[in-house]
Each structure stands twice: as structure tokens, then as C-alpha cells.
Write a protein that binds this ligand. Sequence first.
Ligand code: GRF
Length: 210
Amino acid sequence: MPKRLAILLSGRGSNFAAIHDAILRGELDAEIALVISNRASAAGLEDAERRGLATAVIPHREFPSREAHEEAIAASIERSGSDIVALAGYMRLLSASFIERFSGRVLNIHPSLLPAFPGTDAQAQALAHGVKVSGCTVHLVDATLDGGPILVQRAVPVRDDDTPDTLAARILVEEHHAYVEALRIIVSGDYRVVGRRVVVGGRGSSAPRS
Ligand code: GRF
């Protein structure tokens, strides 16, 4: 049975689209059970509807507290029977109790080579710092901001004439590959988290002889 994904997004949704395209091409053995947005106007939500996927709008403003909003999201993820939660441009912080509930099954993508430049405006932070290489990171989500164990990173050069937008566009191309690659690792189940490190592969290898 293919693993079921819940995607959380707040905006454009190009990472979501790249994931769905990879599934349609047979490059990722998974299915998208639900696309959730906290913003009714998110372009990614409209795209998901066009693609015939199940969608849910759960606006944070309609809930009295962060806890109540997250509870609604968690309940809808659970109802969808999703195994994995992929944050794809979801612009709200998730609390430790939400992360705990889906422990080890929540992924996020960030447009920098973490641990450099966590938080917002990562591409502008990279330019301001003067780095020569930046990129993207897909990681497991823990209670820290952009701080969980790293699954996949891809690098791009930073050019002298880059603006935040040109750098973001170059990184975005790599994000679309990186997210699919990371999800392939997760759905395969062929990895171990050792401290902060995600060690991929090893299943099927013979046990060392004593
Ligand atoms: C991406 O740059 C991602 O790294 C960041 O938010 C942006 C989302 O883009 N977390 P999109 O909505 O997937 O096009």
C-alpha cells in the first residue's frame, strides 16, 4: 500500500505540485490523501483542487487559540489516514505537542543550507551574509525552529548579481528535487535516525559476522 501524505501549505504550492507530479510520473510511491491550507486564498490550494485532490481550509483566524487550530489540523490529518505530514511553505509554527503527535513523520523544506539562516527570508539572509553557496534542506521536524535531523540538502552557487528573488528561484528548482528525494527515503522506511543524523540505507545488508 502506498504511504499516504498530508500536505500543509499557505501559499504558491510549487513544492506540493512537484511532489504530486513525481507521484503521477511513478517516481514516488505515495499518494496525497489531503492538502490543507490555513489560507483560503493559497494558490496551492486551488492547484490541488484542479488536480482533483482532497483539500481542507482551516484558517487560524477562526480558532480561539493556537491549540484549537492545531487540534483541528491534527484531527483532519488523522481522519485522512495520512502516514506522513509534509510542510510545503506552511507559514505557521507548529507546537511541540503537534510535532509529538506525529513524531518522526513530519517533514519540512527550508530554502537554505541549515543550520545557516533558519527562520524567515533565508535567501535574503544568505545574501546579506555574503555566502558563496546556499541551497535547500529537507528535514524531519522537531520542536526547534528549522532544527530537526536533516534528510536531504542540495546546494546552488550564489552569484554576485543575485537578488533575493533570483537566488530564491535558483534554490526553488533544487527544492523540488530535494523534497521528492526526501520523501522517497521516508516512504522506503530504509533509514535510521542516529542522534541528529539520518542514516539512509542498510536494509537488506547482511549482518556483520562475529
Ligand atoms: C519554499 O521556498 C520553501 O522552502 C519555504 O517556503 C517556500 C514555499 O514555496 N518553506 P512553495 O509554496 O512550495 O512554492
